[in-house]
Design a protein around this ligand. Structure first.
Ligand SMILES: NC(=O)c1ccc[n+]([C@@H]2O[C@H](COP(=O)([O-])OP(=O)(O)OC[C@H]3O[C@@H](n4cnc5c(N)ncnc54)[C@H](OP(=O)(O)O)[C@@H]3O)[C@@H](O)[C@H]2O)c1
Length: 314
């Protein structure tokens, strides 16, 4: 599997990584612990070297499970995220210095590592970043060697910009054919400062696979039930027409096209996959392509034209 530098952190990552939100049971419904373990083990077999998680996933249980599964791969880069206090009722975001410092310690304990590879602030607001408290703590921990690199998982452009203004060496953003704007907004600075970009939600939560009927509904507890109204979902499914021109030759499916679109962006260090089963992971790895060009300029241009014509990001 090809590797890319994680910006200027000195860390390397395979260009496909494994995200673990879907394996937590918090987001897309239940996954058995056994299947979740099989997905991580399969990722290792396939050569995936970056594993992305958060202290909040299954209340810390996903970090604990990773600790048990990853000693087999000391070179694996673990990216975790802090800043969600799920013990509070109701759960709340916390980015004060004391909370962030204690959360990093708890993650290190659960992950069974004295040095953490990458710690990100988990969906802070731009204001929380600008206060500087949380970023100062992470910077200090990086300076003492307790963590190798730090950054921000940014939910929008404003947060992405705030993260760069604070000097974050790593930024995680949603990036896919239907959601280009966050990365686009920060791209010039990302390139100039060689920031490591982790691209998540590369399939737009599964939408870009093109498997859903127009009347698709999600069960309670699946975050997608609250993400789109039935009308919005119908429109998004129609928007998939924009992606169709990329299918052909080596690109056998929309899913493959969507993933390859992300890999075409050189500023992306790693596409963080959300596979929830071994079958899904195998499909994604098989269909990703092995080296550039993943789609090629002609297909990229056709896709860009169609996305604009259909006003997908309007
Ligand atoms: N704020 C943050 O930091 C943040 C936010 C979101 C995600 N993330 C991380 O990024 C990872 C991925 O993001 P994501 O879950 O938003 O999105 P994603 O990868 O765009 O979508 C995941 C969903 O795509 C479907 N899928 C995956 N592989 C498939 C395949 N081969 N064929 C058909 N469908 C497939 C599955 O849907 P079904 O369940 O319907 O099968 C899966 O739940 C997460 O696990 C998490 O670790 C971080």
């Amino acid at each position: 599997m090809r590797r890319r530098a994680l910006g200027r952190t000195g860390l390397q990552t395979t260009e496909l990584g494994l995200g673990t939100w879907g394996l937590s049971g918090d987001a897309y419904g239940a996954v058995t612990e056994a299947e979740s373990a099989r997905v991580v083990e399969r990722a290792l077999q396939l050569g995936i070297s970056l594993f992305e998680t958060a202290d909040s996933y299954a209340h810390g249980e996903v970090e604990r499970r990773l600790a048990g599964l990853l000693p087999a791969a000391p070179a694996a880069v673990v990216v975790t995220k802090v800043g969600t206090d799920r013990e509070a009722v109701p759960p709340r975001k916390r980015f004060d210095a004391a909370y962030v410092a204690a959360a990093v310690e708890r993650s290190a304990e659960r992950l069974g590592r004295s040095t953490l590879d990458v710690v990100l602030l988990h969906n802070p607001s731009a204001r929380a970043i600008a206060r500087g408290e949380a970023t100062r703590i992470l910077r200090d921990l990086a300076a003492t060697g307790a963590i190798r690199a730090w950054g921000v998982s940014a939910g929008d452009e404003e947060t992405g910009r705030a993260a760069l203004a604070e000097g974050a060496p790593v930024v995680e953003v949603a990036y896919n054919a239907f959601h280009r704007r966050t990365l686009r907004a920060i791209l010039p600075e990302v390139k100039e400062r060689e920031v490591g970009i982790l691209a998540r939600s590369v399939l737009a939560h599964g939408l870009l696979c093109g498997h859903w009927a127009a009347d698709k509904r999600f069960p309670e507890g699946d975050h997608r039930a609250d993400r789109w109204t039935p009308d919005e979902l119908r429109l998004r499914i129609r928007h998939l027409d924009a992606l169709r021109p990329v299918v052909g030759n080596a690109v056998l499916t929309l899913r493959s096209g969507a993933l390859r679109f992300v890999l075409e962006e050189p500023a992306v260090s790693c596409a963080v996959l959300g596979a929830r089963s071994v079958v899904q992971l195998d499909q994604l790895v098989r269909e990703a392509g092995r080296e550039p060009p993943y789609l090629g300029e002609e297909k990229l241009a056709a896709l860009a034209r169609r996305l604009d014509d259909l006003r997908v990001e309007a």
